[in-house]
Design a protein. Sequence first.
Length: 234
Amino acid sequence: MRKLIVLFVLVLGAVLVSAAQSTWIDSLQTKYDQHYGLDMLLYNGAKYVEEVRTIDSHPFWQSQDELKGTVWSKGKSYPKQRLKYHLQKQSFILFYEDYNGQPHQISLNSDILDSIRLDETLWIRNSYPQIEQQFIQSIFQGELKCYVSSKKFSNFKPEGQNIGHYYTDEIKHNYLIRKGKFYPFNRKKTFLKIFPKSERKTIRKFMAANKLSKIKTLDNHELKTLIAYCERID
């Protein structure tokens, strides 16, 4: 009986110490944020340095200029952040100034990111093993679900007028989830095959009437319009 009492006291003590440490850590983070104006959950990453100089290209999504965005990390929202998305590294780059006004740029810790919205595009963590990228663009969420993955590669041009490293254009792949099945599609033909034959003629007419037939050239808004229509008739 005495051993059980001692064991209970030890376990209770460990729980109380753990709770006290958790409270102390939360208090420390609050004081840090109040003093320095930086949230350790957001400003958590490695210093970013561009490895190679490239000719007439860049590794980022859309533009090499900073984009305004919102970061979600462990359920917490951080709006109005200055960001870039490095497509080759699949890494979000955060630009900020510290409490002394000194500029910094870091690669955010992907392990603690929930999602990121850049302009009107929502990037979410990839949960599909068929897609190799860590983050994907969420285009449509309904009975149908549509995603886009993006990447770039670094190559070397050994001869000619501009010798040196360069990044490829953005390479995009589209994916549709219909009735629990995963379908990649990058052409009209493969897209139409996802749906029953009875629906294909109607979808084809809608695509032609709205200039949505060239799947590879569709932007996210156009792709969303197409998927929303397909859901209505499916």
